[in-house]
Ligand binder design. Sequence first.
Ligand SMILES: Cc1ncc(COP(=O)(O)O)c(C=O)c1O
Length: 402
Amino acid sequence: MTFTDAPSRLPALASRTDQLADSAVGAVLRLTDGHDVIALAAGSPAPETYCHQEFADVTTRLLSQGGLPLRYGDASGLPELRSWIAARESAGLGRPVDAGQVLLTHGSQQGLDLLCKALLDPGDVVFVDRPSYVGALQVFRLFQARVVDIPLGSDEGLDRLEAALSVEERAKIIYVVPTFANPTGATLDTAHRRRLAALAQRYGCVLVEDDPYRDLGYDTVAPRPAAAASAVRMGTFSKVLFPAARLGHLVVPPFLTDVLMKFKQAADLGNSLLMQQVVHELVQEPGFLATRLERSRHLYRKRRDALVSALAGSFEGALEFAVPHGGFFVWARLPGGADATELLAAAVEEGVSFVPGTDFYATEPDPSTLRLSFSCTRAEDIVEGVARLERAWRTLREEPRS
Ligand SMILES: Cc1ncc(COP(=O)(O)O)c(C=O)c1O
């Protein structure tokens, strides 16, 4: 036998791989690959908002001071950046947050993974909004959680959650995107935030508030977080600086700090020290973030308005959607129960993409829903994209595919 012989039997994959699903956005991107499409699918920030020059300048300056930024750092994150985040969270929450409660992660997506490692055994229950962020659903499933979806933005939904919690012995996490949510654009008001926090506390669950769009409000400022000391707060620099920073953070109650730090250490020994130092240098500069955010909000508001008015003037006025007051997304429902996955195929032929809503549901998907993103497409292209989408819808209505 030589080393190049193929093995006669492949090893079995771990049982959790049964839960691996294709990413909804990835599937759309593959479908549109090679087509010249107007992208209303990806939820990326606008490249115009990235701070290339400042990034290059700060990196050069740091490297010119010697090789220290190229060494390993602290697994929990750069202490100065953790303190900066703690101060910002304290101001937002209206109560002190200790830097020791802040853990830096590779994007907030890694924060979800670490939290699940720390909290979930197979079969534990995670309550999520309906619909919910698809990237979080993917992680919960990989940890073999039982994911229960309930619309959490109404009193009735919270009554249902309370009833479920009162009989559910394995509830561990309540997960929400409280502000300008992905995918719906909806924001939980203060009363609902407080009630969620109180329910989590009462029934011994961890409330996870994943809040990447909080600073991207276009008409209103976001309501204050519930400020519950027992909640986990997640944030990221992806949407306000650039996603390639891969720098997110968790703010956690004391019982989770040590265990999460150990999981972070085991996963990757910590984020890039250089990247953390660059980001810290950028954000601690007085006025830097505020000015960038103001410019970004202006750009996104224009794009949001373009999408909303184009949608209102098409589909014979029959498309149901809510105007988002921030974030990157419009959530819509096609008239007449049309199927958004079928529409996507016709839309790609017309030259526009979006994400069908199905994958954003943990259970019983509504096939007529879709997510349209306005963040990284110019206003004039958005208007043309909606015209193409409407043409695809008319084609589908006249010649149904099934
Ligand atoms: C609600 C939500 N959580 C987490 C993430 C992941 O962001 P990050 O780039 O920080 O990993 C996203 C990205 O789209 C998101 O919308």
